[in-house]
Write a protein that binds this ligand. Structure first.
Ligand code: GDP
Length: 199
């Protein structure tokens, strides 16, 4: 997919106020600092579309971006940052659940996972939640450039095995790096195929 246009549409603090969902929508979500903004900028090729965070976990905004006048890219607030307490996490969950429940044109949630870390309880919990409610999602491993190929393969194998304890079949999986653009073509092609099928 060639990104000809990537423009900010609106930020919302209330999922109920997001723009009408006449376009297919793809959301990006993950723990704060997972590399979400960097990934969004890498995918769109617009370096400053999403703000790379300096103070993780602070804003709770849903940002809609119009891509090629064809689909919405949605930047969801991050979760699980160490400085964010339990109450805050509960608030995050109810906020995200509301978003997931009402966006009829949500075709895929990209669940971002830092490829350096062992599976984290809140990431697994969130993916299980999506599975339970039939929300289509894909796993996106970030910051792959920070690991050797060997270590990366080891971590991915470990993660997949962990997922297979709860899942019969793994969701689509992408390995990315904002630095080297690894995974860019694969993610965009995946989105393009879905967008094409909605026409
Ligand atoms: P967000 O909080 O999830 O939006 O994460 P950011 O995109 O702000 O990134 C958090 C930190 O990780 C920043 O210091 C980024 O420069 C760094 N980062 C993000 N993606 C990558 C990547 O693919 N490779 C490397 N080496 N660093 C990354």
């Amino acid at each position: 997919m060639i990104i000809k246009k990537a423009e900010f549409v609106i930020s919302n603090t209330d999922p109920g106020k997001c723009p009408l969902s006449e376009k297919p929508e793809f959301a990006f979500v993950g723990r704060s600092n997972v590399g979400k903004s960097s990934l969004i900028n890498m995918l769109t090729g617009f370096g400053d579309l999403a703000k790379v965070s300096t103070a993780p976990g602070k804003t709770r905004l849903i940002n809609h971006f119009n891509i090629n006048d064809e689909w919405f890219l949605v930047d969801l607030p991050g979760y699980g940052y160490a400085k964010v307490g339990r109450t805050s996490r509960q608030q995050w969950l109810s906020f995200i659940r509301k978003y997931l429940a009402i966006r009829e044109n949500l075709y895929c949630v990209f669940a971002l996972i830092d490829s350096r870390h062992a599976p984290q309880a809140n990431d697994l919990e969130f993916m299980n939640y999506m599975g339970e409610f039939g929300i289509p999602f894909a796993m996106v491993f970030t910051k792959a450039d920070k690991l050797s190929r060997k270590q990366l393969d080891k971590n991915l194998t470990f993660y997949k095995n962990e997922m297979l304890k709860a899942w019969e079949v793994l969701p689509p999986l992408f390995v990315t790096s904002a630095g080297t653009k690894m995974g860019r073509d694969e993610v965009l092609e995946f989105i393009q195929n879905i967008v094409k099928d909605t026409k």
